[in-house]
Design a protein. Structure first.
Lengths: 157, 339
């Protein structure tokens, strides 16, 4: 049995996801064993290499408005998935499903983003199989109108 | 219109149509190594005989090609359009039954008798980290270091290839790293130092481009794979082919020479796939902004971490200006204007 909970969690997460990422860095600082929903308003959409970043303003666990930062794919990978520099606009409401950071900061690795009109968008890097995760969230009803921001669900059943 | 140009135009139209189909299926083709591992793979072609050095290998091929084909701008192979790396057999050199699908994951077994003892020891330590944490905790590229070669052959970003009679330019959007291959030349190193992509010379053998690269900085084959030494050299043969489904493919047969890291030279085959779907999506290669936009770094415990908004070291990916009060100094005018 693994004594280090971080090691155990990383190992479990890697088994759950099973998708090697292609980023220019390791994804080990993200907790791929759980997926978190965060809802807020876009403040920045940085469609950049080596990674795009989506910034939103959303309440934290204490109800205080904070900046949340989510890492996505490089331009070439995001473009292939139908995302470009104008996909997200400042002020629009979005619902982000992401792998949260292990250290609990207000950040994570993007999995998918639901726009206000219900559009499903995939700015994610290889850390997430966004289509499969989205299908699972839909199937479980975790994206219903009643779903609360900061809700966390395990990556596997 | 010349027959060759008509053929190229028709092929481009067909590929564009194929590209739409590729884009519409919605599946990532190169986002993950597992997807790449499913791409068509030509057979590995070993060197015609064993060579002790890259120079010996290159000179043999040059002699066999009678000094090489002297192309003009009208005869030189045109590898236009955008390309992305496909499948390759490199992991099989270092891992038992290694493929791109298994190379990054725990569970792969290190092949014995491939690496020299110090390099095998280091590789086993790297693989132990993969076993323990699910992946290598820190990648040297995190701090915007160049992929270099041999990693250039695999990096799964977008690339362009420009062939001219006297030079070929192999351009990777990642880190703006361009390899320049000097045709029918000799190695030159007036700086007396190594570099990330090294120095490459080449010759054409019909439609095959043969390249010899040396003076390469120590690097690695890719994250999770072994390190290379500063004695690493490689001989590549590049050729455009069509895969079983008719799509354009660049096939690279390569032999790695590294007397400090490899017990004997090793060969692999790499591919690049034509990506008309990316062109249709409007992808153009821009300057890679890693230095100004990347907030990832190596933490004290050896793991990868990120500076976030509010951290003093945080770099705004949209850029910084010393003159925020002066009109027209925003580095993000399109995003700002669309609000």
């Amino acid at each position: 049995m693994m004594k280090n909970p971080i090691v155990a969690a990383v190992a479990a997460g890697s088994l759950v996801v099973g998708l090697p990422a292609v980023a220019h860095h390791s994804f080990a600082s993200y907790d791929v064993a759980q997926q978190k929903l965060v809802e807020g308003h876009v403040t920045q959409w940085n469609y950049n290499n080596p990674h795009s970043w989506l910034m939103i303003e959303a309440p934290d666990a204490n109800g205080e408005m904070k900046t949340w930062s989510f890492e996505g794919a490089a331009i070439v990978h995001a473009a292939r998935q139908g995302v470009n520099g104008t996909t997200y606009r400042r002020g629009e409401n979005v619902r982000v499903v992401m792998f949260p950071m292990r250290d609990g900061r207000n950040a994570g690795a993007l999995c998918f983003v639901m726009k206000e009109d219900g559009a499903f968008t995939r700015p994610n890097d290889g850390i997430c199989d966004s289509e499969a995760v989205h299908a699972r969230w839909e199937e479980k009803g975790w994206l219903s109108k009643d779903a609360k921001s900061l809700t966390v669900h395990p990556a596997g059943d | 219109m010349q027959p060759r140009r008509i053929l190229v135009t028709c092929a481009a139209m067909l590929l564009a149509a194929l590209g739409v189909a590729q884009a519409q299926d919605g599946k990532p083709k190169d986002a993950v190594a597992e997807e790449q591992a499913k791409l068509p793979m030509p057979a590995l072609e070993l060197p015609p005989k064993p060579f002790k050095t890259a120079e010996e290998h290159y000179r043999y091929l040059l002699e066999k090609a009678h000094g090489g084909t002297k192309h003009t701008m009208s005869t030189i192979p045109v590898w236009d359009g955008l390309w992305a790396s496909g499948n390759n057999t490199m992991p099989g050199i270092f891992l038992v039954n290694g493929t791109l699908s298994t190379a990054w994951k725990p569970g792969a077994k290190v092949k014995e008798g491939v690496l020299t003892p110090p390099y095998e020891k280091q590789f086993r330590e790297r693989r132990a980290e993969v076993e323990k944490y699910g992946e290598q905790l820190y990648d040297r590229l995190t701090n915007c270091e160049y992929p270099g070669v041999p990693r250039w052959l695999w990096e799964p970003y977008v690339k362009e290839f420009v062939n001219m009679p006297n030079q070929s330019w192999f351009m990777n959007d990642m880190m703006n790293e361009t390899r320049r291959i000097y045709i029918n030349g000799e190695h030159i190193n007036t700086e007396a130092k190594h570099s990330s992509a090294g120095d490459s010379i080449g010759f054409w053998d019909g439609d095959k481009l043969v390249i010899w690269t040396k003076w390469v900085n120590p690097a690695d084959y890719v994250r999770g794979m072994p390190l290379t030494s500063n004695q690493f050299e490689m001989v590549e043969t590049w050729q455009e082919r069509h895969n079983a489904s008719g799509a354009r493919q660049l096939v690279t047969q390569v032999t790695f020479y590294d007397p400090l890291a490899l017990l004997k030279p090793q060969s692999a085959v790499y591919t690049h796939e034509s990506r008309p779907d990316l062109e249709k999506a409007g992808v153009r290669i821009r300057n890679w902004e890693c230095d100004s936009s990347s907030n990832s770094y190596k933490a004290a415990d050896g793991s990868t971490q990120f500076y976030l908004p509010g951290d003093p070291q945080y770099k705004n990916p949209r850029g910084f200006t010393d003159f925020p009060d002066l009109p027209g100094q925003s580095l993000n005018p399109i995003f700002d204007a669309e609000q």
